[in-house]
Design a protein around this ligand. Structure first.
Ligand code: HAM
Length: 436
C-alpha cells in the first residue's frame, strides 16, 4: 500500500537539498558577522502562546493553526465520546517570534544581558491553501533582536538581510517599508480609517466586512480586486504618526539612505500579525507570483511584556526558505554532492579489503561510496560515473596480491597505479592536483 505525504507537506530531496544547505550555511555566516546566537525552540507550544501574541482575530489564529488536545488530563482515560477529552490545547508553531519571546522570558535571559540577538531556523506550520511558494509545513530562517528600541537596530536587521541576499546571489528584490505607529497614534488612525470604510463597508468582500470592526487595517491588505479599488483613497497611517514614531521612522529611512539600501514606502502594508508596531517591512519579488514576500518582519515593542516579561522592545524578521530556494532555482541549480572516491571491487576478498579501506578513507576525511553488489567491473564503472565520482579505485585479486590498485580520474580518464597500503596519501595528492 502506498502512503502519500499530506497535502502541503513536502519532501526536500537530494538534488534540492543542496540549495537549502547552501542558504543555511550563508545564513550562519551572516549571523556570525552580525554577532547573533542561535536559539532552538520547540515545534509544539501551548495554544495560548500564539493566540495571545499573534492576536485572536488574525487569519493564522482564527483558521490556520494545527491545534490538538493533548492526552494529559483525566478525561482522556474515559471511553471516547463527546466531552471526554479535557487535555491541554497544543499548537504546532505557525511562526517563530512567539516561541523565541517565550523562551527569552521563561529563561530570564534579560537578567544576564538585556540585549539579545537571536536567530533560528526550522519548520513552521499553517493550514493555508497550498500553492506555489505556499505550504502547510514551510521553513523559516528568522532573527529577533530583543532589548533594542532604537531605529539603528531596525536598519541593522535590514542590512543583514540585504547582505544575506547578496551572499546567496539573489537580486531583483524590493524592500517595502511602512510604519504601523504605536499605541499612542494608532487609535486615531483607526478611527479615521473606520469612518472612511464605513461609507464603503457593504461593498467590501465578506471577509473584510467581518474584519472591519476588529482590525480595520487588515482591509487595506485584502487581495480582492473590489476591496483594493474601494480602498484606493484610504487615509495613510503615515499621516497619523505621533512625534516619536515619526522620529523613529525618519531615522530608519535616513540610515537606509546612508547605507545605500533602496526601499519603497508602502503605507498599505499591514502585516498579518497583531504584535507589530512602528517599522514593518517585506522583501518581495515579482518573480514569485501572488506569494511574493521572501522575508518579512518588523518591530514588536509590547510583546515581551504581553508574555510576562519586563518591558522590552523587540524587532525581527523571518525569511521563507521555499520561496528563496525557488528564486535561486530560477537562476541556477546547485550541483548535487559528488563522492570523491568510488571503490570498485571484484571478488569476495577484494570486497572485504574495500570495505575496511572505505572506512579508513572516510576517517581520513574523504567522501567515499562503495559498490554494494557483486556487479561486473563495467556496470560498477557506469554507476560511479552516474554518481559523478571524481576518482574510482579498482581492486581485485590481482591488485591485492601486487599491492597496487588502479586509480582512475573520472574527469580526465587517466589511470595510475597506487600503493594500496598508502592509499590515503596517494588519493590526497591526486585530489589536490585535480581541484587545482
Ligand atoms: P510572516 O510574514 O508570517 O512573518 O512570515 C515570514 C515569511 O515566511 C514570509 O515572508 C514568507 O516568505 C514565509 N512564509 C509564511 N507563510 C508561508 C507559507 N505558508 N509557505 C511558505 N512560506 C511562508 C512571521 O512569521 C514573523 N514571525 C516574522 C517576524 C519575526 N517578525 C518579527 N520577527
Amino acid at each position: 500500500m502506498k502512503v502519500a505525504a499530506i497535502k502541503g507537506f513536502s519532501d526536500i530531496l537530494p538534488g534540492e537539498v543542496e540549495s537549502w544547505q547552501f542558504v543555511e550555511e550563508k545564513a550562519r555566516e551572516v549571523f556570525a558577522l552580525y554577532n547573533f546566537s542561535e536559539i532552538r525552540i520547540p515545534v509544539l507550544e501551548k495554544t495560548e502562546l500564539f493566540s495571545r501574541s499573534l492576536g485572536e482575530t488574525t487569519d493564522i489564529v482564527e483558521k490556520e493553526m494545527y491545534t490538538f488536545v493533548d492526552r494529559d488530563a483525566m478525561g482522556t482515560m474515559l471511553p471516547p465520546g463527546p466531552g471526554t477529552i479535557r487535555g491541554s490545547s497544543l499548537t504546532l508553531r505557525p511562526e517563530g517570534t512567539a516561541g523565541v519571546v517565550r523562551a527569552y522570558v521563561e529563561s530570564e535571559m534579560y537578567k544576564i544581558e538585556a540585549v539579545r540577538k537571536l536567530f533560528y531556523l526550522g519548520p513552521m506550520f499553517r493550514r493555508e491553501k497550498p500553492q506555489k511558494g505556499r505550504l502547510r509545513q514551510f521553513y523559516q530562517i528568522g532573527a529577533e533582536v530583543l532589548g533594542r528600541g532604537d531605529p539603528f537596530a531596525d536598519a541593522e536587521l535590514l542590512l543583514l538581510l540585504r547582505d544575506l541576499f547578496e551572499m546567496v546571489g539573489l537580486d531583483g528584490l524590493t524592500l517595502e517599508l511602512n510604519s504601523l505607529g504605536c499605541v499612542a497614534c494608532r487609535p486615531r488612525y483607526r478611527e479615521d480609517l473606520l469612518s472612511f470604510l464605513g461609507e464603503r463597508g457593504k461593498k467590501l468582500c465578506g471577509n473584510c466586512q467581518r474584519r472591519m470592526g476588529r482590525n480595520p487595517m487588515r482591509v487595506l491588505d485584502c487581495k480582492e480586486e473590489v476591496c483594493s479599488q474601494l480602498t484606493g483613497g484610504a487615509p495613510s497611517i503615515l499621516g497619523f504618526l505621533c512625534e516619536s514614531c515619526e522620529d523613529h521612522f525618519g531615522t530608519v529611512k535616513q540610515l537606509l539612505g546612508e547605507t545605500g539600501l533602496e526601499f519603497k514606502l508602502n503605507p498599505r502594508m499591514v502585516r498579518g500579525l497583531d504584535y507589530y508596531c512602528r517599522t514593518a517591512f517585506e522583501w518581495t519579488s515579482p518573480r514569485l507570483g501572488s506569494q511574493n514576500a521572501v522575508a518579512a518582519g518588523g518591530r514588536y515593542d509590547g510583546l515581551v511584556e504581553e508574555l510576562g516579561g519586563p518591558p522590552t522592545p523587540g524587532v525581527g524578521f523571518a525569511m521563507g526558505m521555499e520561496r528563496l530556494v525557488l528564486l535561486l532555482a530560477m537562476k541556477e541549480s546547485k550541483k548535487a554532492a559528488r563522492p570523491a572516491i568510488y571503490l570498485v571491487w571484484v571478488g569476495a576478498t577484494a570486497r572485504v579489503w574495500a570495505f575496511s579501506a572505505a572506512h579508513r578513507l572516510r576517517r581520513a576525511g574523504f567522501s567515499v561510496e562503495i559498490e554494494g553488489e557483486a556487479k561486473s567491473l563495467k556496470s560498477q564503472m557506469r554507476r560511479a560515473d552516474k554518481m559523478g565520482a571524481q576518482f574510482v579505485l579498482i581492486v581485485g585479486d590481482e591488485e591485492l596480491s601486487s599491492g597496487k590498485g588502479i586509480l582512475r580520474n573520472m574527469d580526465s580518464k587517466e589511470q595510475f597505479p597506487v600503493s594500496l597500503d598508502r592509499i590515503e596519501k596517494e588519493i590526497a595528492a591526486r585530489l589536490e592536483t585535480n581541484t587545482d
